[in-house]
Design a protein around this ligand. Structure first.
Ligand code: CA
Length: 234
């Protein structure tokens, strides 16, 4: 099933709002329309549209306030500012606040549509890139870009070695990893059965990301090594 891209229009001029809604619906988008700043903000926060077309001069809250509140709430959907104002400092202000594009009224619908499509494509690419940088097992998450680990949304502080160890476990979920493999991949050393470096490191890692959580993810396989396994989702 192809998900319909959803667009929120926040525009207080009824004619412009209806015109935009109709055009975008005909172009195949799911469209919601709000006529005031507070209504627009509420819909943006609760409905998480893929893109917002945001007028600047609005009753209640202006477009800048709406945008600022959204970005402060870590809402990163694409925002296209639509406004009658064409002064350069207004554009700069919008872009500084995190608008993705800017269109000055009056505009041709075809231009708006082209920009909307570009923004949505860019958003998809960004999302896909973010996905590539995330490793998961159950509620455990490892962000390779920001080097952050979390479980159940709770931040876990790891040393560089622990991070590398957990990354290895996550990349090879379900595989029993012999100590010799862990030693060569994470410590870049030949396995020496006299050392308990691996045991100690795995124990420390588990203490941080497993011992106080359910389900347990890392298991010892006696005589063989360790495996990280997330139970199948119910
Ligand atoms: Ca307006």
């Amino acid at each position: 099933m192809i998900a319909v891209m959803r667009i929120l229009i926040v525009e207080d001029e009824p004619k412009t709002g209806d015109y935009l809604r109709q055009g975008l619906q005909e172009a195949g988008f799911g469209v919601e329309l709000a006529h005031t700043g507070p209504d627009g903000l509420h819909l943006a926060l609760t409905e998480n549209p893929d893109l917002i077309i945001l007028d600047v001069m609005l009753p209640g809250l202006d477009g800048w306030q709406v945008l600022q509140t959204l970005r402060n709430a870590s809402k990163n959907m694409a925002v296209l500012f639509l406004t009658a104002r064409d002064q350069v400092d207004d554009r700069v202000r919008g872009l500084e606040l995190g608008a993705d594009d800017y269109l000055v009224k009056p505009f041709a619908f075809s231009e708006l549509l082209a920009r909307v499509r570009t923004l949505l494509r860019r958003g998809k690419t960004r999302e896909a890139e973010n996905q590539l940088n995330l490793l998961h097992a159950a509620d455990l998450e490892l962000d390779l870009l920001s080097r952050r680990a979390s479980r159940g949304g709770q931040r876990i502080d790891l040393t560089a070695k622990e991070f590398a160890l957990l990354e290895l476990f996550l990349r090879r979920q379900g595989e029993v990893l012999p100590r010799s493999l862990i030693a060569s991949q994470v410590w870049d050393m030949n396995f020496d059965s006299d050392t308990n470096v691996i045991e100690v490191a795995v124990r420390r890692l588990r203490a941080k990301m497993d011992d106080e959580f359910e389900p347990r993810l890392i298991r010892t396989v006696r005589g063989m090594g360790y495996v990280l396994e997330a139970p199948a989702a119910p």
